[in-house]
Every structure is written in structure tokens, then in C-alpha cells.
Design a protein around this ligand. Structure first.
Ligand code: SF4
Length: 304
């Protein structure tokens, strides 16, 4: 089993709550203040099951997806997952209300906020701590980084540098009252990066004690993005599934045992995806990874 080789989000939550914790997608309705990363097409990250809390009817949307998870997978515990856009950007009072209400939904035991480094200052951290109910002790930030290489961040037009990620981490160390954990979001296969660059990003971004997780996937080109135009004009090399598995396996072997893997792969519906087309769904990709790990006798921290 993959969970025997990698400390996944599922295994972490199972250890803590004795059962699987399913992520339920929520949205603040404020989107993103930057909106210019070349790879980003925000609607590809907002599936129909996302409950937009700024709109009427969000509770019904949420109830539907929770009922489905309860019936199909017997889930009893949930993580409120604010994945779309920049979850800590927007009107403070409104955000505070959303974060509090999300934590009050029966069965919710965790809240996860996906955001940018420049929206994780003392102000946003204070707002999160004031708003998330005391009963929730799993507060995670999926912190957009992609790479610690400034050249890559420029190429992806992230609008921040690596130093800004480290400042955000420091803010959580200072103001997070040991209640907030970070999982950097990293993209593998940014043009021009070597395997060593990717390993360096993982190593550097996970040094702080508040960094307790990691979310990784490969660079994909989605329809309607700036990257699609760049790729059409001058195609560049993208990772094949075998290359990706080799790199992610190396990362797994060099990652300390206590770091939680939030994600190892991404898949995108065919209508959104330009390249690379791997012809694999998530389960097939995970099975392929598991085989590779088994064959090469690799597990998390095995090369440390
Ligand atoms: S910060 Fe996030 S949501 Fe905003 S443009 Fe970049 S990837 Fe998209």
C-alpha cells in the first residue's frame, strides 16, 4: 500500500481522527488579487462541487457533496478546503465569517487555506486565528511557492520571489501561535529547471518547523492560459509520467518521515488539458508510483 511507503494526508488524518478525512471544496468568492500566473486558469480549480460561500445556496451545494461522500465512502470527518483563488484575500469581516462558519459545519475537523506568500502576513494570520473555531486544531495553509528559484518564479509570472515565501513562513512562526501548519505548493518540471533545482526547492522550503506538509505536482498546460500561448509559440519540454515518477520518488526518499504529502499527482479533465497528456487517471498514476517505489525499494526518508 502506498500509505505504507509515504506519509500521506489520508494516513496523517487517520492517525489523528481514527478515520479518513475528506476534503470538501469551499470558496470565499473573492478569487485572486494577482490573477496573472501564466499556468493558472482558475476555473479549472473550481469544480462544480465547490460551494461558493458568497452566494446563496452554498449550504445546499455543500450538503450534496457531503451526502455523497458519506454514502459512497462512509466519511464522517471533513476538512473545509478553501482551494480556489487566494483564500486569505478579500474583505476581512466576510472572510472571518466564512472561516468561522466552515469550522462550525458538523463533521468538519480541519480547515485548509490555499494562498499566496504576500497574503500571509500578521494581518491574515490573526484573522484566521480569530475566526476558525477553537474546536478545530488542524489549520493548514497550502502556500503557493512553485519553486525557490527566482528565475522560475519570474517565468511563471508569480508576482513574488522566493524571499517572500520565506517571509510568510517566518510570519507563521512568529504569529501562528503553533496552531498553523504550512504545506508549500511546488510544481515540478518548470522549463529550465534541473532535477537538482527541484530537489533544492523541496529541501529549502521544508526547513521550518511550521512546514509540516508538502503538495507537489507536475507542470501542466491548461487551455485558456498564458502558458498555452507561450507553448504554442515555442514548445518546450514537459515531464513524461516516467520522468515525473522518478523525480517524485527521489523527493519521497529525501523527505523526512514526519512531513505529510498533501498531493503527489494532479489530473485534469481532457477538455482543459493541452499537455502533457499522460492518459492516466489519479488511481493509475498512484499505482504506477507504488510499483516504482516497490521495485526500487524506496520509501519516505529512505535516502536520509
Ligand atoms: S496566485 Fe494562485 S490563483 Fe492567483 S493567479 Fe497565481 S496560481 Fe492563480
Amino acid at each position: 500500500m502506498l500509505d505504507d511507503k509515504i506519509f500521506t494526508f489520508n494516513s496523517y488524518m487517520k492517525q489523528k481522527f481514527g478515520a479518513r478525512v475528506a476534503r470538501i471544496a469551499l470558496h470565499t468568492g473573492f478569487n485572486c488579487p494577482w490573477n496573472r500566473c501564466v499556468f493558472c486558469r482558475r476555473d479549472s480549480f473550481s469544480p462544480d462541487i465547490t460551494a461558493d460561500m458568497s452566494r446563496q445556496g452554498w449550504r445546499e451545494t455543500l450538503a450534496k457533496s457531503m451526502d455523497f461522500l458519506k454514502k459512497r465512502y462512509k466519511n464522517e470527518f471533513f476538512a473545509a478546503y478553501f482551494q480556489s483563488g487566494t483564500a486569505t484575500f478579500g474583505d476581512e469581516a466576510a472572510l472571518g465569517g466564512f472561516f468561522r462558519q466552515a469550522g462550525e459545519i458538523p463533521g468538519v475537523v480541519a480547515e485548509i487555506f490555499s494562498t499566496r506568500p504576500d497574503y500571509l502576513t500578521q494581518k491574515e494570520i490573526g484573522m484566521i486565528l480569530r475566526s476558525v473555531p477553537e474546536s478545530i486544531d488542524e489549520i493548514w495553509i497550502e502556500l503557493g511557492l512553485q519553486s525557490t528559484n527566482d528565475k522560475s518564479l519570474k517565468l511563471m509570472n508569480r508576482g513574488h520571489d522566493a524571499a517572500s515565501y520565506f517571509r510568510a513562513v517566518e510570519n507563521v512562526e512568529k504569529y501562528g501561535r503553533s496552531k498553523i501548519k504550512i504545506a508549500p505548493h511546488i510544481i515540478l518540471g518548470i522549463p529550465g529547471e534541473t532535477i537538482d533545482d527541484m530537489l533544492k526547492t523541496v529541501r529549502e522550503s521544508t526547513q521550518s518547523e511550521v512546514v509540516r506538509g508538502i503538495k507537489i505536482h507536475h507542470l501542466q498546460i491548461h487551455r485558456g492560459t498564458e502558458l498555452e500561448k507561450i507553448y504554442a509559440e515555442a514548445p518546450f519540454k514537459l515531464l513524461s509520467v516516467d520522468e515525473y515518477i522518478e523525480i517524485i520518488s527521489k523527493i519521497i526518499s529525501l523527505t523526512p518521515q514526519e512531513i505529510v504529502f498533501f498531493r503527489l499527482f494532479t489530473t485534469t479533465p481532457a477538455e482543459y488539458l493541452v499537455a502533457p497528456v499522460w492518459q492516466l487517471n489519479t488511481q493509475e498514476a498512484l499505482a504506477k508510483l507504488e510499483n516504482y517505489l516497490e521495485k526500487n525499494n524506496i520509501h519516505q526518508s529512505s535516502a536520509l
